[in-house]
Design a protein around this ligand. Structure first.
Ligand SMILES: Cc1cc2nc3c(=O)[nH]c(=O)nc-3n(C[C@H](O)[C@H](O)[C@H](O)COP(=O)(O)OP(=O)(O)OC[C@H]3O[C@@H](n4cnc5c(N)ncnc54)[C@H](O)[C@@H]3O)c2cc1C
Length: 393
């Protein structure tokens, strides 16, 4: 696009939006730069919310960035309400904002249970974390709904703070949305060891002020209920804008993270993108995707043609263990155990994904192997006494 870029507006001041704005400056953009964020707080990082912030070890997880110095205009406590893409105007609750380039980075919003009372806690924002922290007193009866990443981390902290914890999961194993059942199953003992009760294959039929009811008739007394059952892209404000959404409501970006138009890009939890590496569209709700994607968006906003096709990565800290995954786990790939604490997914002689528990070196080396597309010797890769990086065929 040849037209001059005088103003870039980034909607969403989470990791993806912040990193996009910072990268734009790092990559030499000198024009006007507005970062719009619905939350009133200075921009902050989310992963610590279910770890150190919830535990009380940190008061906040604010980014240590001098926005003023970088010439990034923060428009906080201000929400984008709709988009007129032809007029290049974002309508917000604080008036209209015009742009030459727009970046969509509105993240995801947590899913609630139908009829969930106000008193139940979600864990997405700083306010959520601080409110929940207040409730996590020794002896408090806490019911966590959902044994996914957030539920497991919340349960970990609640136990550390001396709460009486029950985790309720509708699926038959923990982490069912992310891992094959037999691997999720391996985390089950962690709950018992931490003194938390885990009830799987247990669907919730209702929550009230002091109890969680299950469809099997059981009632769990609860002083605090935490609902961690997933998050959906926060894109309702784009209705009628012509920006393409995929069937899960994510902005359907192209391989350069353009959102259906040359002057609009999308990044982070709110977007999906086609991956040539994995042969399908990916929506990655993890921190690393927000960071890496933002750098690509900044380059492409400034006229670049950078293709975004990462090896997705995330970590979770639960029950004293570091769980890490690089790549995309696909049941059609061959699953290969590498000792007791690492699992590889291999197609032919290429590594597609790696899952590790407390083996960060395996993770880092596996991630590099996936990224490079190197041929691996599967027998060597399966041998935990051989460094994974040495398992090249
Ligand atoms: C508690 C918690 C723990 C996590 N832990 C891990 C972890 O251990 N490892 C890992 O890999 N990932 C983790 N994640 C995921 C990771 O934090 C997210 O993938 C990352 O925050 C995504 O960044 P984002 O900028 O795309 O979205 P978000 O962080 O959701 O930021 C989007 C921002 O946009 C704002 N917004 C939304 N709509 C509008 C609008 N219309 N107008 C203006 N602003 C708007 C929102 O208020 C929000 O502040 C965790 C997430 C949570 C919630």
């Amino acid at each position: 696009m040849a037209d001059e870029i005088v103003r870039v507006v980034v909607v969403g001041a989470g990791m993806a939006g912040v990193q996009t704005a910072v990268s734009l400056r790092q990559q030499g953009y000198e024009g006007s730069l507005v970062l719009l964020g619905a939350e009133p707080h200075p921009p902050y990082d989310r992963p610590p919310l279910s770890k150190d912030v919830l535990l009380g070890r940190a008061e906040h997880s604010r980014f240590e960035i001098d926005f003023e110095e970088l010439g990034i205009e923060l428009a906080l406590g201000r929400r984008a309400l709709s988009l007129d893409a032809d007029a290049r105007t974002v309508k917000t609750d604080g008036g209209d904002l015009s742009y030459d380039r727009l970046v969509l980075a509105t993240g995801a919003a947590p899913v609630s249970l139908p009829g969930q009372p106000e008193s139940a806690f979600l864990l997405r924002t700083q306010d959520d974390a601080l409110a929940l922290r207040e409730a996590l007193r020794p002896g408090t009866r806490v019911v966590v709904v959902g044994a996914g990443w957030i539920g497991a981390e919340a349960a970990t902290v609640a136990r550390r703070l001396g709460c009486d914890v029950t985790v309720v999961e509708a699926a038959s194993s923990p982490l069912a949305g992310a891992l094959p059942a037999e691997l999720g199953e391996r985390t089950r003992p962690w709950y018992a060891q931490a003194g938390a009760e885990l009830l799987t294959a247990s669907a919730v039929s209702g929550i009230d002020e002091h109890a969680v009811r299950l469809t099997n008739g059981r009632e769990l007394a609860a002083d605090a209920v935490v609902v961690g059952i997933g998050a959906r892209p926060d894109n309702a404000w784009l209705a009628g804008s012509g920006i393409p959404l995929d069937d899960r409501g994510a902005v359907a970006a192209d391989a350069r993270l353009r959102a259906g138009r040359a002057d609009v890009h999308a990044v982070g939890d709110c977007a999906s993108f086609p991956s040539a590496r994995y042969g399908r569209r990916l929506a990655v709700h993890h921190w690393d995707n927000a960071v890496q994607g933002a750098r690509v968006v900044a380059a492409n906003v400034l006229g670049g043609e950078v293709v975004y096709d990462p090896v997705p990565y995330f970590w979770s800290e639960q029950f004293g263990h570091m769980v890490q995954v690089a790549g995309v786990i696909d049941a059609s790939a061959e699953q290969v155990a590498r000792g007791g604490d690492a699992v590889l997914w291999v197609r032919g002689d290429r590594l597609e994904a790696v899952l590790t528990v407390d083996r960060p070196r395996d993770l880092a080396q596996g991630r590099k192997l996936i990224d490079s597309g190197a041929r691996v010797d599967v027998a060597k890769a399966a041998d935990p006494t051989v460094a994974l990086k040495a398992a090249i065929a």
